[in-house]
Ligand binder design. Structure first.
Ligand code: 5RP
Length: 218
C-alpha cells in the first residue's frame, strides 16, 4: 500500500469514534484531509465541526459541513488529527503544517484525542522530525538563541506565516528523552507561543495504518 492509502485507511477508521449528533474537532494536514473527506460521507449524523486551521475550515466548508467557533461551544467529545511523530506513550510531535497552536487549543478542549497516522510516524524516541516552535516575529532571534542553549539547532521556516500571524522555528538535533519536561521548558521562553510537543495532552487513541491493516493503540 502507498503512504496515501495508509492515511486514507486511518482517516476512514476514525469515523467509528464519532458519536451521533456531536460537534467534531478536526485537525490539519494530509491525513486529516482524508478524515474530513470521510466525515463528509456521514455529515447527516453530526452537527458540525470545530477546526484547527483555515485550510481545514475551507475543506469542511467545501463539503458543506457546518463550522463552529470554538468559543461558541463548551464541550467537544472527540478531536481527530495526524502527527509528524508519535511514540509508544502516544506523545507526539506536531506542527509540520504550522497549525500547532490551534491544534493544541482544540485538543485541550476535547475529551478524547484520536491520532491518525501511517506507520512511518510511529517511533521509539521523538526528535528525528524537527520540532516546530511558533514564535512572535520580533522574538525570533532571541528564542533561537535560547533553543540553542537547550541543545537544539533552530531553523527559520522561510516564507511561512501561521494562521495567528507568527513565524515557525524548526528545531533540529533534539533527542527527546523527556517530552513533557522539554515541552514545558520551551513554553517558558518569552516570545514562544507554543511548541509542537504534545506530551501533556497526548493522544488517547492511535489508529496506525500498517501493511497488516489499521492497528489500534490506547
Ligand atoms: C499540522 C500537523 C499535522 O498533523 C502533521 O504535520 C501531520 O501531517 P500529515 O498528515 O500531512 O503527515 O501537525 O500542523
Amino acid at each position: 500500500m502507498t503512504q496515501n492509502e495508509l492515511k486514507e485507511a486511518v482517516g476512514r477508521a476514525a469515523i467509528a469514534y464519532i458519536p451521533d449528533d456531536c460537534i467534531v474537532g478536526v485537525g490539519t494536514g494530509s491525513t486529516a484531509n482524508y478524515f474530513i473527506d470521510a466525515l463528509a460521507e456521514i455529515k447527516g449524523r453530526i452537527r458540525g465541526a470545530v477546526s484547527s486551521s483555515e485550510a481545514s475550515i475551507a475543506r469542511l466548508k467545501k463539503h458543506n459541513i457546518p463550522v463552529y467557533d470554538l468559543n461558541a461551544i463548551d464541550s467537544l467529545p472527540v478531536y481527530v488529527d495526524g502527527a509528524d511523530e508519535i511514540n509508544h506513550q502516544l506523545q507526539m510531535i506536531k506542527g509540520g503544517g504550522a497549525a500547532l497552536t490551534r491544534e493544541k487549543i482544540v485538543s485541550a478542549v476535547a475529551e478524547q484525542f484520536v491520532c491518525i497516522a501511517d506507520a512511518s510516524k510511529y517511533v521509539g524516541v521523538l526528535g528525528n522530525f524537527p520540532l516546530p516552535v511558533e514564535v512572535i516575529p520580533m522574538a525570533r532571534s532571541y528564542v533561537a538563541r535560547e533553543l540553542v542553549k537547550l541543545g537544539g539547532h533552530p531553523a527559520y521556516r522561510e516564507g511561512v506565516v501561521t494562521d495567528n500571524g507568527n513565524i515557525i522555528l524548526d528545531v533540529h538535533g533534539l533527542r527527546i528523552a523527556e517530552p513533557a519536561k522539554l515541552e514545558a521548558e520551551i513554553n517558558q521562553i518569552v516570545g514562544v507561543v507554543t511548541n509542537g510537543l504534545f506530551a501533556r495532552r497526548r493522544a488517547d487513541v492511535l489508529l496506525l495504518g500498517t501493511e497488516d491493516g489499521v492497528k489500534t493503540y490506547k
